[in-house]
Write a protein that binds this ligand. Structure first.
Ligand code: G3I
Length: 321
């Protein structure tokens, strides 16, 4: 059956704050009781886990992985090759291509190896293609300095470090058939033809009420990847909206429920789409308001943990499967 997960809110340990997952008992308990899969929201990103060239900090990520094990939950690892949230020592360092290759190899080997057998899926390559369907060869340090061949390398190194982990390409705005998802289909086809151990394609599912169609068209898109023999997943679902005076209207919340239901139904309609992750489950810790001024209410529970129509919509859509 399908596994339903959440992001575990975290990333506060770069400053003075600790992770909500570590300090909010109510939140933590709900992660364990409501979900069967968990993704560290930030705790495995380079900036957090590899803050110095010769130093790793695994405490916050370990906490999530240990919790998952205690609760019989699956862990999705996020992420290994990305253009964002890289430490300054990496982005601003002056390394030769050979040194960069070795840095990436060591990182992938160390991080994937540490969690071998405990992290079931990895978003190996995250957001490597832009909306026009082109590789992000400028912003992404790896693609810029090492060329597109580094994508295959990262998958191979991750596979060596944990042969049992399912290895994913992952991106946003790739839910439906469009230039970006077309480019991923071509990339996946090419990697598979080279024998690269790529196992899945994840669509993040960060939808916008006023921008996106209501989550339809997902199944038709994912089916193309299933036809290649790949697993698929919804990896970061949330549905943000424009708030009037900081509040969502009942109409907006009802519509949001439809978007969520369509994401769930779209995944369930495709054989091999076995994993749906919500990017957080309470507005209390959603990433949205701090990123988009005036937008919010993106998750299925209010800041006070009151279920919204979206909560029931997700439950009903899962029920129907
Ligand atoms: O570490 C500081 C902390 O010390 C300080 O107290 C706090 C104050 O706001 O900021 C903290 O860092 C922030 C961190 O989240 C933890 O809250 C960073 O500034 C902020 O950039 C970071 O944002 C994360 C974002 O990725 C960064 O790109 C979001 O939490 C996280 O939800 C978001 O997740 C991404 C996925 O990885 C990839 N797909 C898109 C998705 C949404 O942007």
């Amino acid at each position: 059956g399908v596994v339903v997960g959440t992001a575990a809110a975290g990333g506060g340990h770069l400053g003075t704050g600790r992770d909500p997952f570590q300090v909010d008992e109510r939140y933590r308990a709900l992660v364990g009781s409501e979900f069967s899969s968990v993704t560290p929201e930030n705790q495995l990103k380079w900036e957090y886990v590899h803050p110095e060239r010769d130093g790793y900090t695994f405490e916050a990520a370990d906490d999530v992985v240990d919790f998952a094990q205690e609760h019989g939950m699956v862990v999705r690892g996020h992420t290994l090759l990305w253009h964002s949230q890289n430490p300054a020592w990496l982005e601003q360092g002056d390394y030769s291509p050979a040194e960069l290759r070795e840095i990436l190899h060591e990182h992938v080997t160390t991080v994937v190896g540490r969690y071998a057998g405990r992290v079931a899926q990895w978003d190996v390559a995250n957001e490597i293609i832009d909306e026009r369907g082109r590789l992000r060869t400028q912003e992404n340090i790896w693609l810029r300095e090492l060329g597109p061949g580094v994508i295959a390398d990262a998958f191979r190194w991750a596979h060596e470090a944990d042969p049992d982990a399912l290895l994913f390409l992952n991106d946003y705005d790739a839910e439906v058939v469009n230039a970006k998802s077309d480019a991923y289909l071509a990339l996946a086809t090419d990697l598979l033809a080279q024998g690269v151990p790529v196992h899945g394609f994840g669509v993040q599912g960060h939808l916008v009420l006023e921008r996106d169609p209501p989550g339809e068209g997902l199944a038709a898109n994912l089916q193309r990847f299933a036809d290649l023999g790949l697993a698929t997943a919804v990896t970061e679902a949330d549905v943000r909206m424009v708030l009037e005076d900081g509040r969502a209207t009942p109409e907006q919340l009802a519509l949001q429920g439809e978007y969520y239901a369509n994401l769930v139904a779209g995944c369930l309609a495709v054989a091999g789409c076995d994993s749906i992750t919500l990017w957080g489950f309470t507005d209390r810790y959603s990433w949205v308001p701090s990123w988009f001024e005036g937008l919010g209410a993106a998750t299925v529970l209010t800041e006070d943990y009151v279920p919204k129509p979206a909560y029931d919509a997700v439950a009903a859509a899962l029920e129907e499967s």
